[in-house]
Ligand binder design. Structure first.
Ligand SMILES: [Zn+2]
Length: 271
C-alpha cells in the first residue's frame, strides 16, 4: 500500500516538473524523474500525461510478466557470464547495447540473439541525446542500428536513450524515421553506483511488479553477482520473464481495480 501511494506521489511529482530535465550525471543512468512514472501504460490508472504514445516505462499486463533489461554492453567478460545464467534459468532478456561495444563484440550479440534475447539500440557512444542536434542524434542511432544489423541480421525496434534523456521532439522523429519505440524503465536498482550485490537484488525485488521493465547494466561485476539471487527470488515470487517486445504485445487496457490487486504478482501458488 505504501509503495502504491509512493508511486502515485511520484507520478504527481512528475506531472508538475518541466518536461526537460536537467542534464544528468555523466557516467550512467541516473534516476531521471520523468522516466519511470510517466509511462503511458503504467500499472496505475493512466494519469493525463502529455507523453507521446511511443514511450513506455512499464506495461499493463494480465499476468506476472516482467522484462529484464541490461544496458551499456556487451562487455567481453560479464555479458557471457550473464548469458550463461539466463540460459540456466530459461530467461529471455533485452539488451540495450552501445554501438561501440556492439561493433567490438558482434559474436556476443549473435549468441544473445541465438539464445532468444532481444537487442535494442542504446546509441553509439552513450551521450546525452537531449543536448544534441538532430543530425548528431541520427548518426548515433543509425551507426548503432547498422552495427546491430551487421552482427545479427535483425533490425532493432526498441531505443533506450542514455540516461533516459531525450526530448519529445526527438522521440517523435526517431519514431517516425526509424520506427523506434522509446523504452525507459520503472525499476532502477542504481546498480551502476555499485552498492553491493545484495542491495541491487533487494531494490529489484522491492520495486518489481507485473508489467515492470527492470533496468540493470551488464558492464558492472556487482550487477552480474547480484543476478543469481535476483533471478531466484523473482522466480520464487511467481514472476515470468519476457523480452520487452513480448511484454509490449501483452499490453492490456488498464481497468480500474482495487489497488491491492494491481500491485501483486498474479497467480502465485496458493498456500
Ligand atoms: Zn546506458
Amino acid at each position: 500500500m505504501y509503495a502504491f501511494l509512493a508511486a502515485i506521489f511520484l507520478i504527481c511529482s512528475a506531472i508538475s516538473v518541466p518536461a526537460q530535465q536537467p542534464a544528468p550525471a555523466k557516467t550512467a543512468e541516473p534516476n531521471v524523474p520523468t522516466a519511470a512514472p510517466s509511462a503511458t501504460a503504467s500499472q496505475t490508472p493512466a494519469p493525463t500525461v502529455s507523453e507521446p504514445k511511443t514511450t513506455v516505462s512499464s506495461v499493463h499486463v494480465d499476468g506476472p510478466y516482467i522484462a529484464l533489461t541490461f544496458d551499456d554492453g556487451p562487455n567481453e567478460k560479464l555479458t557471457p557470464r550473464l548469458l550463461d545464467l539466463l540460459a540456466q534459468h530459461h530467461i529471455h532478456a533485452t539488451f540495450f547495447v552501445v554501438g561501440e561495444n556492439a561493433a567490438r563484440y558482434p559474436e556476443i550479440l549473435q549468441r544473445a540473439v541465438r539464445e532468444g534475447h532481444e537487442i535494442g539500440n542504446h546509441s553509439w557512444s552513450h551521450p546525452n541525446l537531449a543536448k544534441m542536434s538532430d543530425d548528431a542524434v541520427r548518426s548515433q542511432i543509425k551507426r548503432t542500428e547498422d552495427a546491430i544489423v551487421k552482427a545479427t541480421g535483425i533490425r532493432p525496434t526498441l531505443l533506450r536513450p542514455p540516461y533516459g534523456s531525450i526530448t519529445a521532439h526527438q522521440k517523435r522523429w526517431l519514431h517516425d524515421e526509424f520506427g523506434y519505440e522509446i523504452v525507459l524503465w520503472d525499476v532502477d536498482p542504481l546498480d551502476w553506483k555499485n552498492p553491493g550485490p545484495s542491495v541491487v537484488t533487494n531494490r529489484v525485488l522491492k520495486e518489481t511488479r507485473p508489467g515492470s521493465i527492470v533496468l540493470s547494466h551488464d558492464i558492472h561485476a556487482q550487477t552480474i553477482e547480484s543476478e543469481p539471487e535476483t533471478l531466484r527470488e523473482l522466480e520464487a515470487k511467481g514472476f515470468k520473464f519476457v523480452t520487452v517486445s513480448e511484454l509490449l504485445k501483452m499490453q492490456t487496457a488498464p481497468t480500474p481495480k482495487p489497488v491491492n490487486a494491481a500491485v501483486r504478482p498474479a497467480a502465485s501458488p496458493s498456500g
